[in-house]
Ligand binder design. Sequence first.
Ligand code: GLN
Length: 491
Amino acid sequence: MSASGMERWSIAEITRRIAAGEVTAAQITEDALARIEKIDGELDAFLAVDAAGARSAAAGVDLLRTAGVALGPLAGVPIALKDMIVTKGVATTAGSKILEGWIPPYDATVVDRLKAAGAVILGKVNCDEFGMGSSTERSAYKPTKNPWDATRVPGGSSGGSSAAVAAALCTASLGTDTGGSIRQPAAFCGVVGIKPTYGRVSRWGIVAFASSLDQVGPLARSVADAAAVLQVIAGHDAHDSTSLVKDVPDFAAAITGDVKGLRVGLPKEYFAGELDAEVRASLDATIAALKDGGAELVEVSLPHTELALPAYYIVAPAEASSNLARYDGIRYGTRAEASDLLELYMKTRGAGFGPEVKRRIMLGTYALRSGYYDAYYKKAQQIRALIKRDFDEAFAKTDVLLTPTTPTPAFEFGAKSNPLEMYLGDIFTLACNLAGLPGMSVPCGFTAGGLPIGAQLLGKPLDEAVLFRTGAVIESAAALGDRRPALGGAA
Ligand code: GLN
């Protein structure tokens, strides 16, 4: 661990100091690699560390600087990638045994963009298998610990991404979010996580889970850092037909420090029922802070909220069952010994997929069976339209919505052995994906026991800017900057 505290420098500080010649990208990279070496044995966030790739990227940045060439916006910034993101020459498993040993021949568009901006990719971080889960307990390799309390989960499925950022093993990371997998782990680990608008960020080279819901986005220790990373990865990509041809605004400029006149909607369905008392108290304090800052608070209703969970658990498994058909033992990863083709498929998939993935494939295949499509998938799509309409109506009167990210703080390992219980923890994050909206989780407090609590902001399509604007005000009001996790927090 470095005495200088460089592991917790912001992106602005790293890039400024490198440009000024106060530190080299190589020093920052060595510091991060040493921290991974020292802390990750206990944290278990990384599945693959690419020390050689990181060192060579850092050397490239330092060379450009000494040559006087202008540096990219993320020059020398250490970044970790969820293992759902394809990386050229670096093993990519999606947390599954079925992809064990697969070395992709290309980089995802987001990886290309990070590299072009000068980022130093440290390696790949853990996740629930194919993004299916909320705790990293469904990773085929290992569970990742929550840096604030090692007996608790870091959230999921991007739990390696949230834990690595919270423990300062990297400055920022990328995750993927199909039903909450960036925002929920961000909330559990006390970091900022943003799921961009559907189509804002290219998914070329992202392992597909549910194609009408999946998005990639950053996790970081501050709103400004998350904005800096999204700035680099957002924007149209001809390789992804769902990527939107839309200009990307200047996200840093959206961070004005002010919410005067902003209409913040409070959806009543998200504050009812089984909300944990400490989560509620933290949200109340956040609401009060926004009010003090001059925001106008508006109660709104999203009446179809309770249908989000059942609709998601038709749409996501149905699309997953189709996307995962490609893992047949022929094209990627592991292949079982077999005497004919059917046996090869059955043995490879039987041994390669974990129980949660098999459950989803069976649910999805059932829902798409001939004669069942109208009763399940089509019905779920109709519910989706109603959910979208609820949001349209709420946004007619408001600029942004505020909710808790999760009903409870991080839970203990093994606490949710029943799949339905696990699914219920995503109740506040799923609707955002069904409606294609941008969503952010920003730390807003701690429990008495020292566990982070997250506030969720939801914006209109393509209005990530309002999330950064509002999130930055919540972040500064909560003033949690000095708190350090047990794992990776010591100076
Ligand atoms: N936890 C949810 C699921 O298991 C969401 C996962 C995700 O966003 N990738 O489907």
